[in-house]
Design a protein around this ligand. Structure first.
Ligand code: RIB
Ligand code: CA
Length: 316
């Protein structure tokens, strides 16, 4: 299959960084047109600096543009306890010497406008959906050039930041509602699948000791996860964002179902809940979202390790 043209919208973030490593291992599958950033795991300044460094470190060398510092309406939250003060679990990725373009929305619009006739782009959001919502509102014509939105966020049942809210959706529910209601083809990599996809403790410990630069970097970042509040004492750390690219590489390791997904924008117990409707006719709305309902965690780890080894070789 021809490679997909990719724009990744992210808030690196340890799992965003590992997702990038996975994609970078297969340049024949993913052609990065650009990387945009959104405040989430850390502030917009920190996630943008991390994206600049990672784009160079993983040999993606895609241009980076800085996006929204705050959600559309809500107060920003960060997840410094989970991702560390620098957003990279304390791991120092070397500076790239590059600078970011100022406006992510304009940047995506310009990239879309430059697409060859008849070609489309796959958007891969792995943070709050603020930039994508603003793009669809300010430049609605860009929707025609979007192949698919493969995003990490939401859940059929349960949350991680609250009982019902997953972080990316909870952070900016209004933005998520704009994206899910857009009718664009979406793959929702939600917690029902992504929570089963990660690295076992002993595997991450082994990686951290390896000579390969990709292995030791991924291992070190995941160590921070495993010793922090999210995964401390648990046998495995979920690498949520990596399921976006993993689904595109190995859809066979996931189960999925087409649904209508809507977002609860109330303030209270269900803020940011993704309401997944499996009814054949859901109030006349198109079932435009493929929701991942399950995953083979063993296969996920096997394929992720394969990618990290590939990156060890590419980075020698
Ligand atoms: O809930 C997990 C999501 O929130 C991931 O994208 C992680 O990076 C954080 O942004
Ligand atoms: Ca993320």
């Amino acid at each position: 299959m021809a490679s997909r043209k990719i724009i990744m919208d992210c808030d690196p973030g340890i799992d965003d960084a590992v997702a990038m490593c996975l994609a970078a291992a297969y340049p024949e599958e993913f052609e990065f047109l650009g990387i945009t950033t959104v405040a989430g795991n850390q502030t917009i300044e920190k996630v943008t600096e991390n994206a600049l460094r990672l784009s160079s470190f993983w040999k993606i060398h895609a241009p980076v543009a800085k996006g929204a510092a705050v959600p559309v309406l809500r107060e920003p939250l960060t997840a410094a306890d989970v991702h560390g003060g620098n957003g990279m679990g304390g791991v120092e990725i070397p500076p790239s010497g590059e600078t970011a373009a100022e406006n992510a929305v304009l940047f995506i619009k310009e990239l879309v406008d430059k697409l060859p006739e008849g070609e489309k782009v796959t958007l891969v959001p792995t943070g709050p959906l603020t930039n994508i919502a603003l793009l669809l509102r300010v430049f609605p014509e860009t929707a025609e050039r979007i192949e698919e939105i493969v995003l990490m966020g939401g859940a059929i049942c349960g949350g991680n930041i609250t009982e019902t809210g997953e972080f990316n959706i909870y952070e900016d529910p209004e933005a998520a509602a704009i994206v899910f209601d857009s009718g664009l083809p979406i793959v929702m990599c939600g917690l029902d699948a992504t929570s089963k996809c990660g690295l076992k403790r002993e595997t991450a410990n082994r990686l951290a000791e390896e000579k390969g630069l990709a292995s030791s970097t991924v291992g070190a970042m995941v160590q921070f996860y495993l010793n922090g509040p999210a995964y401390g004492g648990q046998p495995r750390a979920s690498i949520h964002d990596a399921s976006t690219f993993m689904y595109m590489l190995h859809p066979e390791i996931y189960k999925s179902r087409r649904m209508v997904v809507r977002v609860d924008c109330s303030e209270g117990l269900n803020r940011g809940m993704t309401v997944c409707d499996t009814r054949r006719k859901s109030n006349g709305r198109p079932s435009n979202t493929i929701v991942l309902t399950d995953a083979d965690g063993e296969k996920f780890q096997e394929y992720l390790l394969e990618a990290v080894r590939r990156m060890d070789e590419r980075m020698r």
